[in-house]
Design a protein around this ligand. Structure first.
Ligand code: KG4
Ligand code: ZN
Length: 317
C-alpha cells in the first residue's frame, strides 16, 4: 500500500525475510508438524520471479530435508481448482479465471488438463480495477477500494466503451475502458463524481465478463451434459460481478459456483489443494524444476493464437 503497488525487488526481499516464520506459523495454526505431511507443494510460476524463486527454493529445501515428494504448482491451476476448497465440485466445468494478472475462460477437465477458450488481448480485469482505482486516488489494491466507492455511486449517466461486444470469440479487452476512465477521472470534481465513475467502471467490467462468458456457456452447453460455471481469482471477490455472473449462468441453465471469499484472492490453500491432487495422480516434480515468470495453463493454445502476442518472455496466458 505504501508504494501503490508491488515493487518486485522489495517483494522478493520480503519473501526471504518472512517465509520461514510464515510457514512456521501456518503449521502451528494447523496443529501439525513436518511429520504429518505427505508432500511439499510450492508455486513455481507464473508471476514476479523473485518471490516465486524464494518460495520454490524453500519448498525444495523442505522436501530434501524431510525426504518428501515435491510438487511444483502453477499459480493459475491453484485458482482454477480453488472452488473445490469450499464445496464438492466434480470435473469438468467451465471456468472464468479473473485475477490481477489474468482474465481467461477455460474448460477444466482435471488437474493439468485444461483448454483455454478465450483470454484478454491486453489488460486483465483486476489490472483494470487497480489502475482505474489509482487514477481515482484510491489505495492499493484497488479492486476492493473501487467496489466500496461504487456502492455510493450511480454510473448510469456515464458512457464507457463496450469493447469487443458482439464479437464471435470469447476474448476480452480492457485497455479502451481504462483509457476512457482515466480521461473521465481527470474531470471528476466531487466525491460523488468519483463514486459515479467507480460504479460505471464496475458495471462495464461486469458486463464484459458476462457477455464473453455467455458465448462460452452457449458453446460449452452443446458438448457437455454437466453444466457448471465457476468463477475464481481475486476479481471473483467482487459482489456485483459474482451476482452478474450467477444471473448469466442461470439464464443458460448452468449451476454457478464461486470459491469462499478467502479463497478468491491469492492464498496458499489453493496451491496445497492443487499439490495434493497432483500428488494423488503421481505428478511430482524433480528437484531441479525451475521457477517460471510465464507459464500458461494451456501452453499449446497460448503459443498458437495469433491474436495474443507472446511478448519477449514467451506466452503469458
Ligand atoms: O488472484 P489475485 O489475488 O492475484 C493475482 O493472481 O493476480 O487477484 C488480485 C486482483 C487485484 O487486481 C485486485 O484489485 C482484484 O483481484 N480484486 C478485486 C476485488 N478484490 C480483489 N477486484 C474487484 N473487486 C474486489 N472486491
Ligand atoms: Zn492469483
Amino acid at each position: 500500500a505504501a508504494y501503490g503497488g508491488v515493487v518486485p525487488e522489495i517483494a522478493a526481499r520480503s519473501h526471504v525475510e518472512m517465509i520461514a516464520e510464515v510457514t512456521r506459523r501456518a503449521m502451528v495454526e494447523a496443529g501439525m508438524g513436518y511429520d504429518g505431511l505427505d508432500g511439499i507443494a510450492a508455486t513455481a510460476g507464473p508471476g514476479l520471479v523473485g518471490g516465486v524463486m524464494v518460495g520454490l527454493s524453500f519448498g525444495k529445501a523442505a522436501a530434501l530435508a524431510r525426504g518428501l515428494p515435491l510438487v511444483a504448482v502453477n499459480h493459475l491451476e491453484g485458482h482454477a481448482l480453488s472452488a473445490r476448497l469450499g464445496a464438492e465440485v466434480a470435473y469438468p466445468f467451465l471456468l472464468l479465471l479473473v485475477s490481477g494478472g489474468h482474465c481467461q475462460l477455460l474448460e477444466v477437465r482435471g488437474v493439468g488438463d485444461m483448454s483455454r477458450i478465450g483470454a484478454t488481448i491486453d489488460d486483465a480485469a483486476g489490472e483494470a480495477f487497480d489502475k482505474i482505482a489509482k487514477a481515482l486516488g484510491l489505495g492499493y489494491p484497488g479492486g476492493p477500494a473501487l467496489e466500496r466507492l461504487a456502492m455510493q455511486g450511480d454510473g448510469s449517466r456515464i458512457d464507457l466503451p463496450r469493447a469487443l461486444l458482439g464479437r464471435k470469440d470469447c476474448d476480452f479487452s480492457f485497455s479502451g475502458l481504462k483509457t476512457a476512465a482515466f480521461r473521465i477521472a481527470q474531470t471528476c470534481e466531487t466525491e460523488q463524481d468519483k463514486a459515479d465513475l467507480a460504479d460505471a467502471v464496475q458495471s462495464a467490467i461486469a458486463r464484459q465478463l458476462s457477455d464473453r462468458s455467455e458465448r462460452a456457456l452457449a458453446a460449452y452447453a452443446e458438448t457437455h451434459d454437466h453444466k457448471l460455471f465457476v468463477v475464481a481469482g481475486g476479481v471473483a471477490a467482487n459482489k456485483m460481478i459474482r451476482a452478474t455472473l450467477q444471473a448469466t449462468a442461470a439464464k443458460h441453465g448452468f449451476d454457478f459456483l464461486a470459491p469462499p471469499m478467502a479463497f478468491c484472492t491469492d492464498n496458499a490453500a489453493m496451491i496445497a489443494l492443487a499439490g495434493a491432487e497432483r500428488l494423488a495422480l503421481g505428478l511430482t516434480s524433480d528437484i531441479d524444476v525451475v521457477a517460471r515468470p510465464r507459464w500458461p495453463l494451456d501452453e499449446a493454445r497460448a503459443l498458437s493464437d495469433p491474436s495474443h502476442r507472446p511478448g519477449r518472455k514467451g506466452a503469458k496466458a
